[in-house]
Design a protein around this ligand. Structure first.
Ligand code: HXC
Length: 278
């Protein structure tokens, strides 16, 4: 589905969108959707090569693009990049705090530094981006979109570090909605489920498990990058002008408590006993 079929092609014209970790995956998909609607897009990330490739792709939409390397954990470095983006594109209208790190690891094996790395990238990195952009967002009465995850509100095995980080992200999102609403700044999260073709899905699901995971999802499939990006566009659009402090869950129903393991055992037993495939 093309976002331009549903939103006027120039609906984000002259808007400035800055995406942390925008060099790949869902984050680049979000940047591309905004670019397709006429936005000027800024991205940052740790790897120059990935960033250069992404910037080239984004330029093909015909609008100005800014891309500079930094690590969101390094506040002065990120602050400089955000200032450079301002010089290049103007004040940020839409800040997407999307840079994230993840790997599966049991809590008892996870080193304190492993826990810290993920919290530092996801949570502190998100705060850094907001703090460095707030004066620009005040100027534009802009909005912030955080990329959260189901781990923020449900415990997942091997994900204590991510759960802690993303729960913090959603709490930060709500605090900023409360504090910065008076400046006209909206703050919301998107919590994606498993999204096909992403680094996150590759890291979390061992090879050969996709079909098994799909069976556990009420909509019986992974989501797509487009399905996340189009929600980001909606949240940044005037259609969402009264939405702030919300987590929009975009996961095919994966994180509904009723789709958990216990439910499946009950459903299977009922099917066997009743002979009804349900
Ligand atoms: C256990 C691990 C580990 C692993 C790293 N560590 N990988 N521990 N299992 N697989 C530990 C290291 O041993 C080290 O601790 C500490 O973490 C820091 O590791 P470094 O490699 O030095 O850190 P760094 O280079 O900063 O890399 C950060 C990272 C890495 C998070 C560890 O994986 C990364 O750069 N990720 C970015 C890309 C990414 O993760 N994309 C997926 C995002 S998906 P010690 O004690 O040895 O020093 C996503 C979605 C979430 O976030 C929700 C999905 C539904």
């Amino acid at each position: 589905m093309l976002v331009t079929e549903y939103f006027p092609k120039d609906s984000m014209k002259d808007k400035v969108v800055f995406v942390t970790g925008g060099g790949s995956g869902i984050n680049l998909g979000i940047a591309k959707h905004f670019a397709a609607l006429g936005a000027k897009v800024g991205i940052c990330g740790r790897r120059q090569e990935k960033l250069d490739e992404a910037a080239e792709e984004l330029r093909s939409f015909g609008n100005e693009v800014f891309a500079e390397t930094c690590d969101v954990r390094d506040y002065p470095g990120l602050q400089e990049v955000i200032e450079n983006c301002y010089e290049s594109l103007g004040p940020i209208d839409v800040l997407v705090c999307a840079a994230a790190g993840n790997f599966p690891c049991p809590a008892e094996v996870l080193s304190p530094n492993g826990f810290k790395s993920v919290v530092d990238i996801d949570l502190r990195g998100s705060f850094h981006a907001c703090h460095a952009s707030v004066e620009q967002l005040k100027e534009t009465k802009g909005c912030i979109i955080f990329i959260s995850a189901g781990q923020a509100f449900l415990p997942y095995p091997l994900q204590c570090h991510v759960g802690a980080a993303k729960a913090g992200v959603d709490n930060l999102m709500k605090n900023l909605a409360l504090e910065w609403g008076k400046h006209g700044i909206r703050s919301n999260s998107i919590a994606p489920g498993p999204i096909e073709g992403t680094e996150g899905a590759r890291r979390l699901a061992p090879p050969g498990t996709k079909d098994l995971i799909d069976e556990q999802i009420p909509l019986r499939r992974h989501g797509t990058i487009e399905e996340i990006a189009q929600v980001a566009v909606f949240l940044a659009s005037p259609l969402a002008s009264y939405i702030t402090g919300s987590v929009i869950v975009v996961d095919g129903g994966q994180n509904l408590p009723g789709s958990g393991a216990g439910f499946n055992v009950i459903q299977q037993a009922w099917q066997e006993q009743s002979g009804n495939p349900g």
